[in-house]
Design a protein around this ligand. Structure first.
Ligand code: ATP
Ligand code: MG
Length: 773
């Protein structure tokens, strides 16, 4: 029986895991079979199962290992590095392609609109709105019709993948294509979202596809790359992909490595650090080269400023003690607004998933279109109410460009103003996000924006970002976060400038701190965000200040709720295992945690008919296999996976007429399967029980499971505390853990010294200190 502690501590977890019954009508509607209904916890179309990161040391694996010599091992290492190179190059090229496309679409859109508004504002607005609508519609169409798993940022799902949860569809080829083209539409269409989160997902998709040698469905597979038979290797590649995504999005290679380490991975090794670092470095080189190539005007509107890097060097060099207080205030505001953002987006996303989006794809598309029209109305309409501001005196070298003629856009947006004038609200609202941020971070002019404009923008953009988050388009939260944060940061900066007139204070510095504080308050990252902010602004001097605001904003945010990605993962039913167990687990034993479970197991030699009926009768993915000794004692000889049983049932080659187990006297166990046959493509549904077609004769046959089971599953004694179990499970990345009674015998004792084996040492020669009891 579950104890009270268990009730308190485990209820939430159990609730998350409880299978949601799905009606047959619903199943029919989305085309899923009855088996899938049971197998997957369906959550708004997303299927959730765990991944097998554990190495299954079955006979096929052992035989394959025995065949592998030094050359093969060297080849594996070489392929890993080649893949890291390809992941870096692929992600960087995808990022460049998205940036070029977005900048060009936005460039055409703004130049056309500016030309038309010289004649008619209404016609100008109509064109602006329709172009936005067309782009956003294309994105929503891709997501609803082609790649549903490409909606949102994808970071919660990738985080889940690296934590051991396979969300259906997230790493497929179609998701990759949907994410790339969907991001171009949604970002080019001017919605309040960014392309940075999607780039992390894109990097992960590229990595996963390369790891499995290409796409199975589209027959784009290379035999040479198909060497990874364990999920572990793919997990490492996906980690490289995530780092590459951030490195490409922000041109921040070190930030990418740290992002992978701090935010997305659950397991990290020093060897992996090397490869992740290498991938990020490749991204930096490829992006740099592509940028250099584009500088000569070969890429249309994508030019000097068309990639995130808001170089604010030359800004405030130093800071005084008095400034620390307003900077701390920025941290607090960031924590509060970030936590509010997480909470609001959680509620709205919850409502959407449970009510709105249940009504079908048409509703999703209409919703995105409404959001797009509202965004266009606000971004075009509000600047019309703003008075024009005279251009500041700028010297030729400052890099600040004030409109020389009406209708110009870029650094300062002219909008409807006359010559040598600009519209400050249009400069941030009616502009590409990159240019808007460059202006907000600008340290070269003071009072470029009026407080009223900044406040209007803050309220409007914050609301738009909250509403846009969770719609059926690819959407990142970094850039909207930077825009929101830099707006209130600049507002605080304006106040500080007027208060401490004698100090050399620049509003741009405060804008940067504001951006860091909002991201810290919402995403709750510290080290990686800090490095990313430094890398994108090229200003190392502000590092201590960024650290300060990040720490404050994270602490304030943590007092209210979880980080954005954790909240979203919870909402999507992704059961993340955090790094620390819950306190209550100390008082619960492994046996108590299992409750009154009736373990479903297989005997070593089992009738095909029984296998089929057991697999049909439950949804478990792992089954203990038991055998009996001559004296009649029961022995657990291993654990067999559902996916492996399905492969055996489908291939039929291992069926035997005799119910007797294979004996060593019959010679070596015949292995008729290649290890790769057991590998399921990532995030695809894999084999289902409905793919199995057996004749009545087949059903009467037997299978000996011994060669296919994992003979060494992890086991824990029944009275081990759940805290220890949790740590073991989490740190080893397990999927199944057997709970056993106290062992009756000990055959050996392993200590540190037994594990210190030299590279060339013959394992058989290592003497274990065994003590039979
Ligand atoms: P995952 O869902 O993580 O991929 P799984 O599908 O094997 O793993 P579930 O069937 O989802 O596991 O587990 C649901 C519940 O059933 C858990 O409480 C688990 O302890 C229990 N369970 C899992 N396997 C068995 C089994 N072979 N016999 C009895 N109970 C099991
Ligand atoms: Mg399951």
């Amino acid at each position: 029986m579950l104890s009270n502690h268990l009730q308190n501590g485990m209820d939430t977890a159990k609730l998350m895991w409880s299978r949601l019954p799905k009606s047959e009508v619903e199943a029919e509607a989305d085309g899923s079979t009855a088996d899938e209904v049971g197998r997957y916890k369906k959550n708004d179309g997303i299927a959730v199962e765990s991944l097998d990161y554990e190495v299954i040391e079955n006979c096929a694996y052992r035989q394959e290992q025995a065949k592998r010599g030094k050359i093969y091992r060297a080849y594996t290492v070489l392929v890993k590095w080649i893949l890291a190179l390809l992941i870096g190059t692929g992600t960087a090229l995808a990022a460049v392609f998205i940036n070029i496309s977005v900048e060009n679409f936005a460039g055409w859109k703004y130049s056309l609109t500016f030309n038309i508004i010289q004649k008619s504002y209404f016609a100008g607005f109509l064109v602006y709105m329709l172009i936005n609508l067309a782009l956003v519609l294309s994105s929503a169409w891709i997501i609803t019709q082609f790649a549903p798993a490409a909606a949102g940022s994808g970071i919660p799902e990738i985080k889940g993948y690296l934590n051991g949860i396979d969300t259906h569809g997230i790493l497929l080829f179609r998701t990759l294509i949907g994410k790339i083209f969907g991001s171009i539409g949604s970002v080019g269409g001017g919605l309040a979202l960014g392309k940075e989160g999607p780039l992390v997902h894109i990097g992960a998709c590229i990595a996963s596809l390369l790891g499995q040698g290409g796409s199975t469905k589209y027959h784009l597979r290379s035999r040479w790359l198909q060497i990874f038979t364990s999920e572990r290797d793919r997990r490492d590649l996906v980690t490289c992909g995530c780092a590459a995504g951030v490195a490409a999005a922000f041109r921040a290679p070190v930030g990418g490595v740290l992002f992978a380490l701090e935010e997305v991975t659950s397991w990290w090794r020093s060897q992996l650090m090397w490869r992740v670092f290498f991938t990020s470095a490749i991204v930096a080189v490829v992006v740099r080269s592509a940028m250099g190539w584009c500088k000569s005007g070969k890429c249309g509107h994508f030019g000097d400023g068309g990639f995130i890097i808001w170089d604010i060097s030359g800004g405030q060099e130093d800071y005084s003690f008095q400034e620390l207080l307003p900077m701390a205030v920025i941290g607090v505001i960031g924590g509060l607004l970030g936590a509010l953002f997480n909470q609001l987006t959680y509620y709205i996303a919850y409502w959407r998933r449970n009510y709105l989006h249940k009504r079908g794809n048409r509703v999703k598309v209409v919703e995105v279109c409404i959001v797009s029209v509202i965004t266009s109305v606000i971004s075009f309409g509000l600047p019309l109410f703003k008075k024009c501001t005279p251009c500041p005196d700028t010297d030729a070298n400052s890099g600040i460009e004030c409109p020389r003629r009406p209708g110009m856009y870029g650094n300062y947006v002219n909008f409807y103003c006359g010559e040598k004038e600009y519209n400050d609200l249009a400069t941030i609202f009616f502009n590409t996000q990159d240019d808007a941020i460059r202006n907000l971070f600008s340290a070269k002019t003071i009072h470029e924006f009026s407080a009223q404009s900044l406040l209007t923008f803050l309220v409007m953009f914050y609301s738009l970002a909250v509403v846009t988050f969770g719609t059926a388009v690819p959407a990142g939260q970094f850039v909207p976060g930077i825009m929101i944060g830099s707006t209130y940061g600049r507002l605080v900066g304006m106040f500080v400038v007027s208060f401490y007139q004698k100090l050399n204070i620049e509003e741009g510095t405060y804008a940067l701190l504001g951006a860091a504080s909002f991201l810290g308050g919402s995403m709750r990252m510290t080290v990686s965000l800090c490095v990313i902010m430094v890398e994108i602004t090229n200003n190392l001097k502000l590092l201590p200040l960024i650290m300060l605001v990040l720490l404050i904003s994270k602490a304030v945010g943590d007092a209210f709720n979880e980080g954005l990605y954790e909240e979203q993962a919870r909402l999507r039913g992704i059961p993340l295992l955090e790094s620390r167990p819950k306190y209550q687990m100390r008082n619960i034993t492994a046996k108590e945690a299992c409750g009154n479970q009736q373990v479903v197991y297989f005997p070593r030699v089992v009738k095909v008919m029984d296998v089929l009926s057991i697999l049909k009768g439950n949804n478990h993915n792992g089954f203990p296999v038991i055998d009996h000794t001559r004296s009649g004692e029961t022995l657990v000889i291993g654990l067999i996976l559902r996916s492996h049983l399905l492969v055996l049932l489908q291939s039929k080659v291992d069926f035997q007429h005799s119910p007797l187990p294979f004996s060593s006297r019959d010679g070596p166990i015949p292995i008729r399967h290649n290890l790769t046959e057991f590998v399921k493509p990532v995030s695809s549904k894999g084999l289902s029980i409905h793919d199995i077609h057996l004749t009545p004769d087949d059903l009467e046959m037997y299978i000996d499971l011994a060669p296919f089971l994992n003979p060494s599953p992890y086991v824990v004694p029944e009275d081990m505390s759940l805290t220890k179990v949790y740590n073991l499970f989490r740190q080893l990345g397990l999927r199944h853990l057997l709970v056993v009674p106290h062992a009756s015998r000990v055959v050996g004792m392993i200590t540190r010294k037994d594990l210190l084996i030299e590279d060339n040492e013959d394992i058989a020669g290592v003497e274990l200190q065994t003590t039979s009891v």
